[in-house]
Ligand binder design. Structure first.
Ligand SMILES: [Zn+2]
Ligand SMILES: [Zn+2]
Length: 348
C-alpha cells in the first residue's frame, strides 16, 4: 500500500487545502527530509491572493527546517537524525552555479521533482516529506527549542547576499527603505557591519519598532522630506548605500538625490518589470553611482545565515509572528496576509 504524507496546497486564489501526497521515494545521492517548520514567504502569500501566478494548484515552501529521516546510496556527510535546512533553487552543475553565481542557475525551472504533485512547486517544503539531493541541505546543530528560527534561514541569506553585494563597511551611512522583515534583516546586518543606519518607513508602528531595534535615525516619508532629513544627517553629503525593500516603482527617481558620490543603490525588492524607472546615465557616469540588483541567496549565503543564527548574532525570533499547526494551514495563510505581520510558520 502506498504510504501517504501530509501537504498543503493553494488550490486556487483564496483556497488553501490540507492534502495527502505519496511519500517520495529516495533516489541515490538523495536524503529523505522531514519538514518540521515551513515559513510563509511573500511568494506563498502572493499566490494565495492571486497577485502572482505560477499555476494552480501550487505547493510552496522554500523557507524551512527539518530532519533527515533516511539517507540514500552515495550520500556522504549526512546521517539519519541530522537537522538541516534545505535550500533551493540551483542545480550545482551549470556554469553559473559552478562559478559561485548560484542565484542565476541556468536550470532553475528543470529541478528534479522532489514529490509527486500534480501542479506547480516552488520549494516544496509545504509537503511534510521531500526527497532532495544531499548537496541541497545545510546541516545545523540547534537546540530543539530553537528549531523554528532556522525556518528563516533563507530570508536572512537573501539579505546577506544583498549586504555583501553592497559591501557595507564600518562608518557607511545606510538608508533602508521599508521596515518589513527585509528592512529589519538589513538593519541587523548593517549594524553588524558597523554602519550608521537610517530607516524610512511610512507606517507608525513599524517606525517605532525600527527605533526600538536600534536604527540610528528613523524618517517618516509621508510627513517629512527624506532629502532634507538625509542632508541634515549626513551634512549635505548623502548616504553611501541605499537599500530599497519596497516594490513601488515610483520611488527610484527620488533616490539619486539622497546618495553621495560613488554611492550604491541596492535594488532588493522585486519590481514590476513592465514599469521601468527612468535613470540619468550622465549622473551615474559623473558621480560614479552603482545600481546593484540582488535576488535570492547562494548556498554559501545560506551557510553563513545558519552560522549567524546558531551563534545568535541575530534574534530572528522577533520576526516570527506566530506558529500554526498543519491542520490550521488556511488560517495561517489568512493571518500571514494581514498588514504588519512578520513571518508566520506552519508546524508539521
Ligand atoms: Zn523567501
Ligand atoms: Zn545551476
Amino acid at each position: 500500500m502506498t504510504e501517504l504524507v501530509r501537504a498543503i496546497s493553494v488550490e486556487k486564489i483564496g483556497s488553501v487545502e490540507n492534502i495527502n501526497l505519496e511519500k517520495p521515494k529516495l533516489r541515490d545521492y538523495e536524503v529523505l527530509f522531514k519538514v518540521h517548520y515551513v515559513s510563509l514567504c511573500t511568494i506563498e502569500q502572493r499566490v494565495y491572493k492571486g497577485k502572482r501566478d505560477y499555476g494552480y494548484p501550487f505547493l510552496g515552501g522554500h523557507e524551512n527546517v527539518g530532519e533527515i529521516i533516511e539517507v540514500g546510496n552515495g550520500v556522504v556527510g549526512f546521517e539519519k537524525g541530522d537537522y538541516s535546512v534545505f535550500t533551493f533553487n540551483y542545480c550545482n552543475q551549470c556554469e553559473s552555479c559552478q562559478s559561485g553565481r548560484g542565484t542565476q542557475c541556468e536550470h532553475q525551472k528543470e529541478q528534479l521533482q522532489k514529490i509527486e504533485f500534480d501542479g506547480s512547486i516552488v520549494g516544496g517544503a509545504m509537503s511534510e516529506y521531500i526527497a532532495v539531493p544531499a548537496w541541497q541541505l545545510i546541516k545545523i546543530t540547534p537546540k530543539i527549542e530553537d528549531l523554528p528560527v532556522f525556518a528563516l534561514t533563507e530570508p536572512l541569506a537573501c539579505c546577506i547576499h544583498s549586504v555583501e553585494k553592497a559591501n557595507i563597511q564600518f562608518g557607511d551611512t545606510v538608508l533602508i527603505i521599508g521596515f518589513g522583515i527585509m528592512g529589519w534583516l538589513h538593519l541587523q546586518l548593517a549594524k553588524l557591519r558597523g554602519a550608521i543606519t537610517i530607516v524610512s518607513e511610512g507606517d507608525e508602528e513599524r517606525r517605532n519598532f525600527a527605533q526600538v531595534e536600534g536604527a540610528d535615525y528613523v524618517i517618516n516619508p509621508m510627513e517629512e522630506s527624506v532629502e532634507s532629513c538625509i542632508n541634515e544627517i549626513t551634512q549635505q553629503k548623502g548616504v553611501t548605500v541605499i537599500v530599497n525593500t519596497v516594490a513601488n516603482p515610483n520611488i527610484w527617481d527620488s533616490l539619486f538625490s539622497l546618495l553621495t558620490t560613488q554611492g550604491k543603490i541596492i535594488a532588493y525588492s522585486s519590481q514590476d518589470m513592465k514599469k521601468p524607472a527612468s535613470v540619468d546615465m550622465g549622473y551615474i557616469h559623473s558621480k560614479e553611482i552603482q545600481i546593484i540588483g540582488t535576488v535570492n541567496p547562494t548556498v554559501h549565503d545560506n551557510l553563513k545565515a545558519t552560522k549567524l543564527i546558531m551563534a545568535k548574532r541575530i534574534d530572528l525570533e522577533k520576526m516570527i509572528d506566530s506558529i500554526f499547526d498543519y491542520e490550521d494551514a488556511k488560517a495561517a495563510f489568512d493571518h500571514a496576509c494581514l498588514p504588519n505581520v512578520y513571518r508566520v510558520l506552519i508546524k508539521f
